[in-house]
Design a protein around this ligand. Structure first.
Ligand code: ARG
Length: 466
């Protein structure tokens, strides 16, 4: 690039006759947000330079100069002393220009046999891979907290709901294990995304590959990729992994928002099922009595932005012709915000979960209202030889009577119950207890405390082998 060109700073300035319009420069630049890729950009460049050395395009000395230069730049960025320039557009050109400034001519050789197109595709994959690993770690921490809760509260009875109406007694431990299962699927979706993204686009160059004798397997191996990608056009244009992460992220947020909704209900004065420690709540500036469950509410609210980013990314990729288009630069902000949001929300939950305590007496009282053991009475009648539909009818009438008397089924006398079926005898009161009800559901996936404990042990072992 000749120094008398109008825009000598631009690595691509050779064919231009006037400087970039100031607005266009700002409009097309991504450095304000893609600088967070610096670490992975430097790692990718080091692998590329090492490969260029191996195949004889660079000398061993040149490779070393490049690596030392890039490491010095990394240190500057970490220290916060690196000068980012919008005129240099993006993280890639900023670092390359700094390298050349630092080591001279050799710096200009780094870009041999590659393009920013395969470079950025590599960088984002490396970045997302690391973030998936970090998210998976926090997700696991949250899952372990749920296992601890489930184990400690395996016998704690609460009402289970359908349609948010009291349905049958369950245990709090069982409820925690339901949350656990949602996260288990989330974990496997993250791993799925990771294994599909873990292929190296490096070497695809601008779109068609390169005429240099590069070794793509070698750079793939140096960067911990499973293998090189198989088609250069697809390599530089594919952003499926960003969409997959956003999609897995949307489901994670959907799950966390469901937990949040329950916590918000449960911490209300009307339910009063759990205690959320003060450090996860805030107060009201006007109503002195208030303790608001802000953390779950915010998590619930942040679900919207992740869902929105998923739609942004899908729309971004829709209709793009092969291969790279500048549109792709728009993948970063949604992707980064998905990751930041997931990181914060999973952390909030992983920190909060161990501290939540069920208010056992309140849950018990609630389970005793709403005729939660009505199904148990029906099952009891079936065991005495009555057809289920007839049993259902008998119990329906008993419940109506209970409502009239303002009494739960277990509070009716034997004589009162016998009005509806002579098959009912003294042993019914055993069946109508909350403990009897939950213990009776004693099969895989059931709410019986024994099953909850078995599920906890089983999942603990599964997590240990992750
Ligand atoms: N900043 C660009 C992006 O994020 C890097 C790739 C630019 N490639 C190009 N041909 N202009 O997509």
């Amino acid at each position: 690039m000749s120094e008398n060109k109008p825009d000598a700073i631009k690595p691509w300035g050779g064919r231009f006759t006037e400087p970039t319009d100031a607005f266009v420069e700002r409009f097309t630049a991504s450095v304000t947000f893609d600088q967070r890729l610096y670490h992975h950009d430097i790692n990718g460049s080091i692998a590329h330079a090492t490969m260029l050395g191996k195949v004889g395009i660079l000398t061993a000395n040149e490779v070393q100069e490049i690596i030392d230069g890039l490491e010095a730049i990394r240190a500057e960025i970490v220290a916060g002393t690196f000068q980012w320039s919008v005129a240099l557009e993006d993280v890639h050109m900023n670092i390359e220009a700094a390298l050349t400034k630092r080591i001279g001519l050799t710096g200009k050789k780094l870009h041999t046999g590659r393009s920013r197109n395969d470079q950025v595709a590599t960088d984002i994959r490396l970045y997302v891979r690391d973030e998936i690993d970090a998210l998976s770690g926090t997700l696991t921490r949250l899952q372990l907290a749920l296992l601890d809760q489930a184990e400690r509260e395996a016998d704690t009875v609460m009402p289970g709901f359908t349609h948010l109406q009291t349905a049958q007694p369950i245990t709090f431990g069982h409820h925690m294990m339901a949350w656990y299962e949602m996260l288990e699927r989330d974990y496997s979706r993250l791993q799925d995304c990771r294994s599909r993204l873990n292929y190296s686009p490096l070497g695809a160059a601008a779109l068609a590959g390169t005429s240099y004798p590069i070794e793509r397997e070698y750079t793939a191996q140096l960067l911990g990729f499973t293998a090189p990608t198989r088609n250069s056009l697809d390599s530089v244009s594919d952003r499926d992994f960003a969409i997959e992460l956003a999609s897995a992220g949307s489901l994670i947020m959907t799950h966390l928002s469901r937990f949040s909704e329950e916590l918000v209900l449960w911490t209300s004065a009307q339910f009063d099922f759990v205690d959320l420690p003060d450090r996860f709540c805030t107060g009201s500036s006007i109503m002195p009595q208030k303790k608001n469950p802000d953390v779950p509410e915010l998590v619930r609210g942040k679900t919207g932005r992740v869902n929105g980013h998923l739609v942004s990314l899908l729309t971004l990729m829709k209709s793009q012709p092969l291969a790279y288009n500048k549109d792709n630069q728009e993948d970063k902000e949604p992707l980064f915000d998905v990751i930041d949001t997931l990181r914060d929300c999973l952390k909030a939950y992983a920190d909060m979960m161990p501290a939540i305590r069920p208010k056992k007496e309140n849950m018990r009282k609630a389970a005793l209202q709403g005729y939660a053991t009505a199904t148990d009475l029906a099952d009891y009648l079936v065991r005495k030889g009555i057809a289920f539909r007839d049993a259902h009818e008998i119990v329906g009438k008993s419940v109506a009577f209970g409502i009239e008397q303002n009494k739960d089924l277990s509070e009716l006398t034997l004589e009162q119950l016998q009005q509806f079926s002579p098959e009912i005898s003294e042993d019914i009161f055993e069946v109508l207890t909350l403990e009897g009800s939950v213990q009776a559901r004693n099969h895989i996936g059931g709410t019986a405390p024994e099953q909850v404990r078995a599920a906890v042990a089983n999942r603990r072992a599964a997590i240990a082998s992750r």
